[in-house]
Structures are given as C-alpha cells and as structure tokens.
Write a protein that binds this ligand. Sequence first.
Ligand code: S3P
Length: 425
Amino acid sequence: MKRIIEPKQKVSGQITPPGDKSISHRSVMAGALAEGTTRVKGFLMGADCLATVDCFSRLGVEIEANGDFVKVRGRGLYGLKEYGGVLYTVNSGTTTRILSGILCGQNFPSVIDGDESIRRRPMRRIIEPLRLMNAWISAREDNFCPLHINSSRLKGIDYALPVASAQLKSCLLFAGLYADGHTVVREAAKSRDHTELMLKEFGADIEVFEGGAAIRPSKLAPADVEVPGDISSASYFIVLALLADEGELLIKNVGVNPTRTGIIDALKEMGGDIELFNHRMLGREPACDIHVRPSRLKGVIIEGDIIPRLIDEIPILSVAAARAEGKMVIKGAGELKFKETNRIKAIAEQLGKCGAKFIETDDGIIIEGEESLKGAAYNSLGDHRIAMSAAVAAAVAEGPSEIEGAECVDVSYPGFFEDLERALD
Ligand code: S3P
C-alpha cells in the first residue's frame, strides 16, 4: 500500500501510543506458563504480538481478546500441548527467539518458522547457549529458521551474552524455568529488562544483580498486567514535534523503563524541549506523560552503553539528525544490521532520498544536518520502523512524499497514520 504524505509544519493536541510491544509479548508468554488466568490491559494488538498469541493458542492456551484487554488461561509450565504443524512467527524476532527457549523445555517436539525477514535473521546466538543447556535444536545452516526442536532435559548454565540482546537474554531466562539448577545470564551493557520484571511479577525465582540475572525452575502464578504505551512508538511523535515549526504535542502514558529511555536522553542532549511529568508505576514498569515543543537540534555523538537503550529508535533518531545543526555520529550499533532489515542500509537509503548528507559505516552512520529535507518517494522495505521514520521525515519536508509498503506499520503501531494526521494541524 502506498501512502501520500503532505508536509505540515504545525503539531497540536495529544497522542496516546499503543501498548509496549516487548511487554505485550512477555505478558502472554508468562501468562501462558502460569497456573491460572492472567489479565492484560493495554495489550498491543499489532501483528508481532498477535503472532505470539497465535503460537500460544496453537500450543493449547486459551487466549481471549476484547479490544486491548486480553485474558490468558495459563496451563502451567508443563501444560502446553504439542502442535503438529509449523508455529509461524510471521515477522516477529521476539516471538521466534523467546518461544524457542520455552519450547526447548517441553516434552514434545516443535517447528518454528517465520516470514522472509525472519528467515534472514541470525538464530545462532540462541542456538549456541541453548545447546550448552543441553537443548536439542537445529536450524537451516545452523543459523536460520526454520528451527526444529526436540525434547531434552535442560541444565542451567552461566553465560555471558556475546551481544547486547534482550531477546537472547529472555530466551535463556525462560529456558531457565525448565533447567536443572541455576541459569545465570550476564550482559556487558544492560538491554531492556522487561522479562526480569515480568517473571518477578509472576512469582519466578529470579534474582537480578549488577551485570545480569539468575533464574531457577519455579512455578509461575498469574498476574494482572497493565501495559504502558510503547516509548518506541512514542518516539516518532517526539521527533515530529521537535522538528515542527510551531505548536506543541502531549504524548500520554508512555513507558519509561530506564533500559528504554536512551532516545529521550539523546534528543535532550541534542537540545530537544522534552518534559516528562505525571510519573507513575504500572506494576513494576514506570510510565509518564511527555510534553514536546519544537526545538533547534544539534548533532551529538551516540555510542557505548546508550546503544541498547535506543537501538530501535536509531532510524527516527537519524531523521532528527538529518535536520539538526552539525554532525551526528552514531557508532557501536552493528546490531542494526540484524533487525527486520539491515537498518544501517535502510537508514542510508532513506537519508539519501530526502537529501541529507551522510556516511554509512560498518557499525553506524555519520549524518550531516540540513536546513530542510526534500519530499521523496520512500520504500519501507517491509520494516515498520523504517516506514514510520520515513513518514516523519515526509511530514516535515518541503514537498509531498510517498511511502511504498506503508502497511507494515501494523507490526507495532496499527493506528500510526491516523495518529499522524491527528498530530499535524
Ligand atoms: C526486543 C529486543 C530488541 C529489540 C526488539 C524487541 C525484545 O531486539 O530490537 O524490537 O522485545 O526483547 P534484540 O534482542 O535483537 O536486541
């Protein structure tokens, strides 16, 4: 589907982003393994999370959805049922990787596969540690989907993550629920910790320490989960409001877990007028409202520990950088190559089209800011975050733009274009 976007330079009103994608996935996963009914409010009805719902339904878990309210009738750690067919995770890396960890602990075989993008994403990062746990798992070229899993008795390991990946960490922590002894996962730079918080909430025997977490087999009790709005989805509107010429925007109910707020820190350092207020806790997850005003941004250097805290926001941060004064350097972000697309290439293609100057590097990008961006003919490349970043660049450009393949925003933000229209005056 092609979307035409006419630029408008003024923002106004308020936006409430949909539920957090990472937390929504985990609420169904933990809920499915708990003994009793879990109730989730604010669940993200995006294609990725619906893939998780679909897989657990096929594994025998009754899941009822009514709007963004979801009830999961948990079957306990050993209550999942064998599914004879292929568990299809569509475009969702989180479903593919965490589900693999859970299925390695079951006493039945499974097959997992996804779409073309999933079939290109590396799975060796989960296969190697799962095998150290004594899992039986095989993959195409020992690295790619489809994944074949057979039952085996898992044992705990003490593992230092070679990449900062919450999907990998979470895969091993969920597998640890089934392993003899302790499973210890260590990380050099802290990635999002929603799994640790969620499993704790569900009563798991999990301990978080500086540099990692340790889990022991433990029953899960059901919980009531309230999912905050997704900061990754909010970030498109934060950048939109910063780059607008006039107006202001209120973004309500945004999850601000410190492992996810790198984008706020980066945009503030660039000079963004962003105010966080009305702080509250939704269970173990912090949330707040955010007020944003148009600002003159300057380029900064983004590297090191902040990278996992804003990894999904680098496409939209690059749009902000394209309109900032001076040079923006993003480095140490080689993981971008293994997302839904090779996002270093996808960002470079996007920046080239709107007339920004940049140098693509092996682990990031250097962007020279411009006074104004041109309208352009974008292609989402089937990547939701590339589509939404293009839409923001288009909304603040000098002329009309089009985005081919815009429908992929449904993966994480089904109402994105409606909200974009609402925010632009
Ligand atoms: C996610 C972890 C990150 C992120 C993805 C969601 C999660 O991936 O990019 O969108 O829910 O655990 P990696 O674990 O590959 O870094």
